[in-house]
Write a protein that binds this ligand. Structure first.
Ligand code: SAH
Ligand code: SF4
Length: 362
């Protein structure tokens, strides 16, 4: 594809499904470089060159779901299940703040009960007491009722990540058992918005039977639901999952998945402009410079893992998760030079909310 054609689509916002597919199919290195550069300019203009950090706390791997792709799915009986105590979670949040990370993400498998809802609300309130409410709290705890979302919002959480995984209801069925509902997931995104959260969603990239058309429609879906944050990363098979046996030639190799993930980041930046986009752990795990190249393609958020090793080793969603053996401090020391090497800076102690949300509520 000619650079001129890339310019024409992006500069004139001609974001039809067909044009997005054209951008996503660029596979020569010159074209990729040009697309990423263009996305980088848009990122610089709309969100700047500061990278915001979210300390990731994987508070539990107990899950009631059976997503076909995920290593901690309920039916994987080889997993040693855990839930961190309140004190342990708060300790991890404190460590994260001491490292200068302005926000934390509390992530876990999906648990639905009144006791759990109250436990999380209590934890959130206590974390809010660290640094006089300075720590931004993002939750990624799956599908819950509107009331629970409101309860947690009131306790002090202000962002929520819930990936739609795919915006195609038929394809959703290929990735999940029958009792997992696309409509409920969609309704949850709506409930989150109504509850006043900054809402993040996203998809995995390079799934068997995924197509560029589907990915293009995912991007249009992000725009349609007016998402504030996007977290997307390459799909990485986990051997103990049903989906791992499937390969069909769609972005099967790691290189293809890496490059397609970068193009997705770039195109999402070009279309959505002022949102936060995560350079994900999964990206880093398929390439040692995944984190930096993600930033260069248009991402502006990194989520260093601050979960204690004792638990982290049991939170394996996919093979080869990076930094499993590293502690949070080491990861931070590695991060700083990486971010500097590409001429960016870290927004220490800043929550880094997306301008999109501020505009949406303006
Ligand atoms: N249970 C919550 C949060 C934890 S899972 C939820 O599902 O929303 C967080 C994300 O990990 C999922 O949304 C999914 O997109 C991603 N994930 C799961 N298995 C994966 C795999 N094999 N490769 C890449 N990402 C995966
Ligand atoms: Fe559970 Fe989330 Fe994994 Fe699905 S993706 S099995 S909901 S942890």
């Amino acid at each position: 594809m000619l650079n001129r054609s890339i310019d024409e689509i992006i500069d004139n916002a001609l974001f039809t499904e067909g044009n997005l597919v054209r951008l996503l199919s660029i596979n020569d290195s010159g074209g990729m470089e040009y697309l990423c550069q263009k996305a980088y300019e848009i990122k610089t203009k709309y969100v700047g060159k500061t990278v915001y950090l979210r300390g990731l706390i994987e508070l539990s791997n107990i899950c009631r779901k059976n997503c076909y792709y995920c290593g901690i799915r309920k039916d994987n009986h080889a997993v040693n299940r855990y839930i961190m105590t309140k004190d342990e979670i708060i300790e991890a949040a404190r460590l994260s703040w001491q490292l200068g990370y302005g926000s934390i993400v509390l992530q876990a498998g999906e648990v639905v009960s009144d006791t759990y809802a109250d436990f999380i609300a209590d934890v959130v309130k206590s974390i809010k007491q660290i640094a006089n409410g300075g720590v931004g709290i993002t939750l990624s705890l799956g599908e819950q009722t509107k009331e629970v979302y409101k309860l947690w919002r009131k306790a002090g959480a202000h962002r929520y990540l819930l990936r739609i995984e795919t915006s195609d209801p038929e394809f959703y069925k290929c990735l999940h058992p029958d009792d997992h509902s696309f409509d409920i997931r969609l309704a949850c995104l709506n409930d989150l918005k109504e509850a006043g959260y900054i809402v993040g969603t996203g998809v995995m990239i390079g799934l068997p039977d995924q197509t560029l058309e589907r990915l293009a429609r995912d991007i249009l879906f992000f725009r349609r639901i007016d998402a504030d944050m996007i977290g997307m990363g390459p799909y990485i098979p986990h051997p103990a999952t049903p989906l791992a046996v499937k390969t069909n030639g769609f972005a099967d190799s790691r290189d293809e998945r890496l490059n397609l993930s970068l193009r997705m980041i770039a195109v999402v930046r070009a279309v959505l402009k002022d949102v936060n986009i995560v350079s994900t752990t999964a990206l880093q795990s398929i390439n040692t410079t995944g984190c930096e190249v993600g930033l260069l393609a248009g991402a502006n958020i990194i989520m260093p893992n601050v979960t204690d090793f004792k638990y982290k080793k049991d939170y394996i969603l996919y093979e080869n998760k990076p930094c499993i053996g590293e502690d949070a401090v080491l990861s931070k020391d590695r991060l700083e030079p990486r971010v500097r090497s590409i001429g960016e800076q870290i927004g220490y102690y800043k929550t880094g909310d997306p301008p999109h949300f501020i505009r949406r509520n303006g």
